[in-house]
Design a protein around this ligand. Structure first.
Ligand SMILES: [Zn+2]
Length: 448
């Protein structure tokens, strides 16, 4: 009896009387860089059936984001419910130039809070999750998003050698059949041309590099979606989180083909023919993978899909054809949020209308997820304390009236202390960092 009382008194965010039976599991899919304008256009053309289906059965609108608008910073805001100065992942890499790793995060993320709250959670490919943390569930950690595909995933053997990629550690073997191990560039390029047309002639260095980035990112997304499908169809957790990156990578490299009028130089007819549809095709592929995840999820799940920011033409590349990143998002363009399920309000596609298109803020995502899992929300989180950040308007009105938000004091001080970012393997250092800057992150670094 004494033990029970102690557990109740010292429990985590939801480890108390608030933890009732869970009515429905939650699937949270993050797709980097999906832009509201492009999504709206492609839905109108009937090209994104799965996002359109969510809008039809639930809601689709804009999602306001953080400034500075940098992907790892925002994905950590989404996962922790806290701003960068609190979660500590303030850029792509730390002062030593090392990509931030999970041990550097200063506050608990959803997977920690959900585990402490007595629910199960599976996480696939989320930014800055390597080394995989011990959770009540399964994790395939990501070192630094798409950049890792070309360096770490050379073969199943090389991949297995890298430690702490999964939780539990023995999960490694189980995931291998669901991953793409590129082996060499040709395999990756063949995958690429199943989705994107094969150019009839060769192109310059800038386009070849952008195309290679799209190829690696596609291999990563297909792997993450494959692992996500496997987890969803084998004892799905109460919360499943899957991250994909293709629309962001394609948007950075090929925006000038989508919006040539924003650039002062001519884009040749041959290049236009080869790459003109890259941005649209990356959205269509992301939607296809999303459809596979939704199909594998429990039928009664609440599904939430979101992007960390939108994208548009990069004014700094306007007059410079040698500039690879023709799409950018440094000026806080909103992303999107789509949701549907038994506890989501049917509000339809807000991107179609001229009225309010925004559903809330990226800092509202973690509170929304905890609420759906009946776990107490830390009352100091901006998305809890400030109505303007909240996404509670996505909830079915009757359900939300009957299930008011439960809050708790901050749980941050109970979290392990942060430590310096780690490098996954000694010999990986230079090769990885070169590639990391090669996919455009170095360009961002120069701006700081
Ligand atoms: Zn991003």
């Amino acid at each position: 009896m004494g033990v029970v009382l102690l557990a109740a008194a010292c429990g985590g965010a939801g480890d108390d009387e608030s933890l009732g039976a869970l009515e429905h599991p939650v699937l949270l899919v993050g797709i980097d860089g999906l832009d509201p304008l492009v999504v709206g256009e492609l839905i109108a053309e009937g090209k994104l059936p799965h996002l359109a289906g969510l809008a039809e059965r639930g809601v689709l609108g804009e999602l306001e984001t953080m400034d500075p608008t940098l992907s790892p910073v925002i994905w950590n805001c989404i996962a922790t419910g806290q701003p960068p100065e609190r979660h500590g992942i303030t850029f792509f890499s730390d002062a030593e130039g090392r990509p931030f790793t999970s041990n550097a995060r200063r506050v608990p993320a959803l997977w920690n809070l959900v585990s402490d709250g007595g629910r199960s959670v599976d996480v696939v490919g989320w930014w800055n999750t390597w080394p995989a943390e011990p959770i009540r569930g399964r994790m395939l950690a990501s070192y630094a998003a798409a950049a890792q595909a070309s360096v770490i995933w050379k073969s199943p053997a090389a991949w297995k050698e890298l430690e702490e990629q999964t939780w539990p550690p023995t999960l490694v073997e189980e995931l291998i059949p669901h991953m793409i191990f590129p082996g060499d560039v040709e395999v990756v390029m063949n995958r690429l041309h199943e989705v994107f047309p094969r150019p009839h002639s060769s192109f310059g260095e800038v386009l070849r590099k952008s195309q290679a980035n799209v190829a690696w990112s596609l291999a990563a997304d297909q792997s993450f979606a494959g692992v996500g499908r496997y987890m969803l169809s084998n004892e799905a957790a109460d919360l499943t989180m899957v991250y994909m990156s293709l629309p962001d990578v394609a948007g950075h490299g090929f925006w000038s083909f989508r919006e040539p009028e924003a650039f002062s130089y001519e884009i040749g007819a041959e290049a236009r023919q080869a790459f003109g549809d890259y941005v649209s095709l990356s959205y269509i592929e992301a939607d296809r993978l999303l459809g596979e995840l939704i199909a594998a999820a429990p039928k009664d799940a609440d599904v939430i899909v979101l992007s960390d920011h939108g994208m548009h033409a990069n004014p700094a590349a306007r007059d410079d054809p040698s500039q690879g990143a023709t799409g950018h998002h440094l000026d806080v363009p909103p992303g999107i949020l789509a949701a549907a399920g038994p506890r989501i309000e049917r509000r339809g596609n807000l991107l179609k209308g001229t009225a309010e298109r925004s559903l809330g803020h990226v800092l509202g995502v973690a509170p929304l997820v905890l609420r759906l899992l009946h776990i107490r929300q830390p009352e100091h989180w901006p998305g809890v304390a400030n109505q303007a950040f909240s996404l509670a308007g996505c909830l079915d009105l009757e359900w939300s009236t009957n299930n008011p938000a439960l809050t708790t004091a901050s749980v941050d001080r109970d979290f392990r202390a942060p430590s310096a970012s780690r490098i996954p393997a000694a010999n990986l250092d230079d090769e990885f960092l070169n590639h990391f800057s090669g996919i455009g992150y170095g360009v961002l670094e120069e701006k700081e």
